[in-house]
Design a protein around this ligand. Structure first.
Ligand SMILES: Nc1nc2c(ncn2[C@@H]2O[C@H](COP(=O)(O)OP(=O)(O)OP(=O)(O)O)[C@@H](O)[C@H]2O)c(=O)[nH]1
Ligand SMILES: [Mg+2]
Length: 413
């Protein structure tokens, strides 16, 4: 139907199957013919001089005369205007779900190396950005270290957000069929332009980018790894190359979104100076180590050096709350510093606490409702911040209070 735009009659189908059988003992089933049968069929066409039939099939699948995929099919026009972003459409997510399930041959909920190899066989290999980031290390894996369906979808959500053209190219290699015959762009969508960030209300996006910035050793990498549900490790490896972690987060009310956490490493100054990079960023997560007196100062210096950071929504976070809290060697203590800006006070969290997952929901909520992560305006009731005061105090009291936090988080949206 696809190739010749008319159905094959039952008789014709029977005779095709019969010819295949005559030539070899490739099995044919009631359902149809398998890959080997199909290849054999084309071989028969070739040997009988029916080359045009083969070319019709190849061209329908977007091959050129040199047997490569058409450039317009691999690289269709797809523009993402400023302040907008690219995301997968429901058809795009459906395609990647089906692809995962098709290739998870052993049904263990993860793609092992050989399953990944067959999945990517029609492509030039893993996208180069995946190789650079040591795929699948920046997303969710199972105990065996294999990417899960959740991680797979998160990885493609991130790729589409960062490099939509790569997603389009792979959709072509992997054989995405648009329901409306429109090509691979039907698997993507462009989000509504996001201009004024501090306008109250929801940002119409499902994929958010959050830069995690703060002093060396404050616990950023550990936060990224907790986001991917990895067990806590006390060994310290300073981050040099930027590092990302992507996962899905369920917002209050059950809606799901994807959150990309990025630690900037030695590129921190270069990225914070780059307007385009900051435009692409949905939220800043400022971190400091509440057990290190010299940690908070880094945030103060950053805000002084890059005043335009204040144009972005931000969440202040005191990490390592399981450790004893010390006085910061800064003129203003973190609570006072944020209070003076009319910002929410730092949340005290620790990756050693199970409640850390609630913090990621808070980040995703802040990215979705960015006006909540800006200084409070005069006409807003100030007691909104009490939520955070309560949070800071109860959390430091110990992990037992994690439940309290949960209740606060639930009540505070
Ligand atoms: N007790 C405790 N230790 C933590 C916590 N989070 C991180 N650490 C430890 O703090 C050290 C530094 O953590 P990292 O996550 O590597 O810090 P970082 O901010 O990524 O550091 P740079 O990459 O150098 O900027 C490591 O030894 C971690 O194990 C925490 O919540 N509690
Ligand atoms: Mg790090």
């Amino acid at each position: 139907m696809k190739c010749f735009e008319k159905p094959l009659s039952d008789d014709d189908l029977m005779s095709v199957k019969r010819s295949i059988k005559k030539w070899s003992d490739v099995p044919t089933s009631d359902g149809g013919i398998d890959v080997d049968g199909f290849v054999l069929l084309n071989k028969m066409f070739a040997e009988k001089g029916r080359h045009e039939t083969i070319w019709i099939i190849l061209r329908k699948f977007n091959y050129t005369d040199s047997l490569t995929l058409k450039d317009t099919y691999l690289h269709p026009r797809f523009d993402v205007p400023q302040y907008s972003s690219a995301e997968l459409s429901p058809a795009g997510y459906r395609f990647f779900v089906d692809l995962f399930l098709l290739h998870d041959k052993d049904n263990d909920g993860g793609l092992n190396d050989s399953e990944l190899a067959t999945l990517f066989a029609p492509t030039p290999g893993l996208p180069s950005s995946w190789v650079d980031s040591a795929f699948p290390s920046c997303t969710v894996r199972n105990e065996a270290g294999h990417i899960t369906l959740q991680g797979w979808l998160a990885q493609w959500s991130m790729t589409t957000f960062e490099e939509p053209k790569v997603t389009l190219e792979y959709l072509a290699y992997l054989g995405f069929e648009s329901p409306e015959r429109g090509g691979t762009t039907a698997a993507l969508k462009v989000t509504k332009a996001r201009k004024r960030r501090n306008r109250p209300g929801r940002v119409e996006r499902n994929v958010f980018l959050c830069y995690v910035i703060g002093a060396g050793g404050s616990g950023k990498s550990s936060l990224l790894s907790a986001f991917l549900n990895r067990p806590f490790s006390s060994t310290y490896h300073p981050t040099i190359k930027p590092q990302t972690a992507v996962n899905s987060v369920e917002l209050q009310g059950g809606k799901q979104c994807y959150l990309i956490l990025e630690e900037l490493g030695e590129l921190e100054p270069a990225i914070l100076e780059n307007r385009a990079k900051l435009d692409a960023c949905d939220l800043l997560c400022y971190t400091y180590d509440s057990s290190d007196p010299d940690s908070f100062e880094h945030i103060i210096n950053l805000r002084k050096r890059y005043p335009h950071l204040d144009g972005l929504p931000a969440v202040y976070t005191a990490l390592k709350a399981d450790q004893e809290r010390v006085v910061q060697r800064t003129e203003l203590q973190p609570d006072r510093y944020t209070e003076d800006m009319r910002m929410a006070k730092p949340l005290h969290v620790s990756v050693t606490w199970g409640s850390i997952s609630e913090f990621f929901v808070h980040l995703a909520e802040s990215a979705t409702y960015p006006s909540t992560a800006f200084p409070k305006s005069d006409d807003e009731p100030v007691d909104m911040t009490n939520l955070y005061i309560a949070l800071g105090a109860t959390l430091v009291a110990g992990a037992a209070c994690a439940v309290v936090w949960k209740r606060h988080m639930a009540g505070g949206a």
